[in-house]
Design a binder for this molecule. Structure first.
Ligand code: 5GP
Length: 194
């Protein structure tokens, strides 16, 4: 059985990553999603085990000590991490795995797994990022400002990635990312470092 590919999707909050990933999972059966663990409180409609594994800080810290994370990071006051076990299981079974993670975590995966393919998703402009964050309205203004500041740092890091998807026109972004991932799965493109 050919091992699947590890694919990291990162980019500023508000870039539209989650929607694109949902579309990808619908379109490509050879793709699995890695459900992250987090200490963030569930948002309206989020389901434990599907959107995230929701942990207390104590539980999360225990998982860190036990070495259960492929990577983890603190983002906007909460901890987020990728449980390694499921990712390995998927890859071994031949499925490619998508991680949707922020920049620090993406860098850790790149260092640990040089063959991971790194995709950066961003909105066409920072103004658009702000608009999308505001439209989400699940954050208080302080949390939104924190996310906006982080977004500025994240955009500056886009050159570290293998591919960039500019999420302006939704249909174009959708077909761009599907095409990119299909090529990765077929082995037609590699990580720059692999
Ligand atoms: P949100 O709270 O909006 O769901 O996610 C905040 C940020 O955390 C997003 O940029 C998301 O990609 C990132 N994130 C989600 N899961 C993980 C993870 O397992 N590890 C890391 N490093 N970041 C994650």
């Amino acid at each position: 059985m050919q091992r699947g590919r590890l694919i990291v999707v990162s980019g500023p909050s508000g870039a539209g990553k989650s929607t694109l990933i949902r579309q990808l999972l619908d379109a490509i059966p050879e793709l699995a999603y890695s459900v992250s663990a987090t200490t963030r409180k569930p948002r309206e409609g989020e389901v434990n085990g599907r959107d995230y594994i929701f942990l207390t800080r104590e539980e999360f810290e225990k998982w860190i000590k036990e070495g259960r994370f492929l990577e983890w990071a603190e983002y906007s006051g909460n901890l987020y991490g990728t449980p390694e076990y499921r990712v390995e299981e998927f890859l071994r079974s031949g499925l490619s795995v998508i991680l949707e993670i922020e920049l620090q975590g993406a860098r850790k995966v790149r260092d640990k797994r040089p063959d991971a393919v790194m995709i950066f998703v961003r909105a066409p402009s920072l103004e658009e990022t702000r608009k999308r964050l505001m439209g989400r309205a699940t954050e208080d203004s302080e949390a939104m400002e924190r996310r906006m500041t982080t977004a500025l740092t994240e955009v500056a890091a886009r050159e570290e990635f293998d591919h960039e998807i500019v999420n302006g026109d939704r249909d174009t972004a959708r077909s761009d990312i599907i095409e990119t991932i299909m090529r990765i799965i077929k082995g037609e493109v590699d990580a720059k470092r692999a």
